[in-house]
Ligand binder design. Structure first.
Ligand SMILES: Nc1ncnc2c1ncn2[C@@H]1O[C@H](COP(=O)(O)OP(=O)(O)OP(=O)(O)O)[C@@H](O)[C@H]1O
Ligand SMILES: [Mg+2]
Length: 206
């Protein structure tokens, strides 16, 4: 990836080759893999799918009715061997298996609980798995953990709700190229579900 750097005391543009690692993370079902494939192709980045690395290399401890239980330490060390210059790492486990210095930009993809519910129903998730994943998206667990791991200034939150994949891809590429401001905190599903009187629907309480 060629990156332009303009020096402060002259108008000389120096082209230097910098390693760039783009991360796309977010809750299961937000659309990460759909957009990651297109982004990797458009930016000529090597695509590394964290889930595939875990499964192919047997970094799975067990499988229960919610899903795979992953050996995060093993997966993290496996990824050390996979990550090269100019790659795109995709997966919801990114904040738990990458190091802070690994990433140049971390996209946290968000999607409304109403759209996620449809995705999970289509996937045949059981009730507990649906509630676990939707409540985690509503309170923004992945965003919070990504900020904690990578630092706020490396994060760009992108809301894919109601957008075609190509539009989401354009937003990610624009953030990657530094053409749009990185920001977090725009998404507020909690206010949305309270407004719709759906708090009880997505959270188990009496
Ligand atoms: N922008 C979009 N608009 C509408 N549907 C989408 C969009 N992006 C993805 N989808 C659909 O949503 C579903 C989930 O997408 P995808 O598998 O890419 O999610 P994911 O975040 O990679 O999930 P996981 O972490 O479980 O692998 C798929 O059925 C996909 O076709
Ligand atoms: Mg996927």
């Amino acid at each position: 990836m060629l990156t332009t750097i303009r020096s402060t005391n002259s108008n000389t543009i120096i082209y230097i080759k910098l390693a760039k690692l783009l991360v796309i993370t977010g809750n299961p079902g937000v659309g990460k893999h759909t957009v990651a494939k297109i982004v990797a192709k458009k930016l000529a980045l090597k695509l590394i799918d964290i889930n595939t690395v875990a499964i192919k290399n047997n970094a799975i401890i067990m499988k229960d009715n919610i899903g795979y239980v992953v050996d995060l330490r093993k997966l993290s060390s496996l990824l050390r061997g996979e990550i090269t210059k100019d790659c795109l790492v995709v997966g919801h486990l990114a904040p738990y298996v990458l190091k802070k210095g690994d990433a140049s930009l971390v996209i946290v993809l968000r999607r409304s609980p109403y759209e996620l519910e449809k995705v999970y129903t289509k996937r045949g998730y059981n009730e507990q798995k649906v509630i676990d994943n939707i409540s985690s998206e509503i309170i923004g667990v992945c965003l919070y953990d990504s900020i904690k791991k990578f630092g706020r200034n490396k994060i760009a939150e992108v809301d894919g709700t109601g957008k075609k994949a190509d539009k989401v891809v354009d937003q990610i590429i624009s953030a990657f190229k530094g053409k749009s401001k990185r920001s977090v905190g725009k998404v507020d599903w909690l206010s949305l579900i309270v407004k719709n009187d759906d708090l009880q629907k997505f959270f188990e309480y009496n």
